[in-house]
Design a protein around this ligand. Structure first.
Ligand SMILES: [Zn+2]
Length: 389
């Protein structure tokens, strides 16, 4: 079996698992909350459905010896999701909440995952690799509304896509996610015009997966091409290209240039930094950071529960910082610390908080403006105590 770069980063995470204390929360976030608020825009909710949550996970992910199955079992072990008397889904919510409270983040956007739909707009469970229902997202977020905001998932291929969009907006969501390569969605298909126009009318921010996917079965990798976002952008939507069109060195085609080209033409296009702290993405993260326009449009996202690999960035941040950050037990904080060492952490998390309109969630009026964020605004990460050499 070949060990891929992202898998190496995962194995690194799994190796430190025995070192994790009972409570994963180490640092206190209190001092950060007094400063300008910061958001992690990309945190996954996962489940196998064992607690009546309605979540589903395909056997190709949970069983067998594929890289994805090994990754899933490793995460279950590393995050200690198996505990007597509790379902995996219940434990995941507990662990996620502990991590978030100890991360220093003000809030995190909690992501759902819609199903694949057939040509009649009905769920196709055979082709759905994992599913996190929007009601589960809303229920979890309601229990932790001080630190979470909802990011449901709406596949525009579903027959009731417009109704689900209205329902999610009504329930307070101001952003939602589409995952084209795993949900089999062509966001450039003209049949979605009405859906995207409605998104623009409601001022919903759309998170769309772009770039190469390695953690879930892909239906068609071409659907992840950033150029496909053009159609939604032309309808006036604000779009976040998750992972900013990145991939591993070995992935073809190279989709990052498409993202960079679109940025120039569309001021309402953003990119998130989810999964960019893993070993396989060092090259593309470096390319993004070297591009001034891209740098000014990046929004902080971790892609929790997938752990980052600070040691892979030793050349960029120095050995001492890489080792110090690598020892951080809180995975969300470790991700933010790594990105802050790359000088894109806090500034992109403040920007994410503003773009996600966190202050308007829960029916608060448009007079409650989010803080004004300029690309240049930056500040030292408040939890850093040891100066970097
Ligand atoms: Zn993700």
């Amino acid at each position: 079996m070949t060990i891929t770069p992202d898998r190496r980063s995962f194995l690194f995470g799994a190796l430190i698992a025995p070192l994790l204390p009972d409570s994963l929360a180490i640092a206190t976030g209190a001092e950060v909350r007094q400063a300008r608020p910061i958001l992690d825009l990309h945190v996954h909710l996962f489940g196998v459905g064992d607690g009546g949550t309605g979540c589903r996970m395909a056997k190709s992910i949970t069983d067998g010896l594929s890289a994805q199955a090994l990754q899933f079992r490793g995460l279950v072990q590393a995050l200690r999701l198996r505990e007597e008397g509790k379902s995996i889904d219940e434990r995941y919510e507990i662990v996620l909440t502990e991590q978030l409270k100890g991360s220093g983040l003000s809030k995190a956007a909690i992501l759902g995952q819609d199903a694949v739909y057939d040509r009649h707009g009905q769920p196709d469970w055979e082709r759905t690799s994992f599913y996190v229902p929007n009601d589960h997202v809303f229920n979890v977020v309601a229990r932790h509304a001080d630190i979470m905001i909802p990011c449901p998932s709406i596949n525009p291929n579903r027959a009731d896509a417009l109704e689900e969009l209205a329902r999610c907006h009504e329930k307070g969501a101001r952003l939602f996610k589409i995952h084209p390569p795993t949900q089999g969605v062509d966001v450039a298909d003209r049949k979605h015009a009405k859906f995207f126009q409605r998104c623009a009318d409601l001022d919903m921010v759309i998170l769309v997966h772009t770039g190469h996917e390695h953690s879930a079965p892909v239906i068609d990798k071409d659907l992840a091409g950033p150029r496909r976002l053009e159609f939604a952008l032309d309808q006036g939507c604000t779009v976040v290209a998750c992972h900013a069109g990145t991939g591993w060195k070995t992935d073809t085609p190279d989709q990052l240039p498409e993202f960079l080209a679109l940025l120039k033409r569309y001021p309402k296009l953003w990119g998130d930094t989810a999964v960019l702290g893993t070993a396989g993405r060092v090259r593309d993260f470096t390319r993004l950071l070297a591009h001034p326009l891209a740098r000014s449009r990046l929004l902080h996202g971790s892609d929790f529960p997938f752990p980052v690999a600070p040691l892979a960035f030793a050349a960029q941040i120095g050995d001492e910082a890489a080792q110090r950050i690598g020892k951080e037990m809180n995975w969300l904080k470790k991700d933010l610390d790594l990105k802050e060492a790359l000088a894109i952490g806090v500034v992109s998390a403040e920007r994410a908080y503003a773009i996600a309109k966190v202050d308007r969630i829960g029916g608060r009026g448009p007079d409650c403006e989010s803080p004004v964020i300029t690309p240049e605004s930056s500040r030292r990460w408040p939890l850093r105590r040891r100066p970097r050499r």
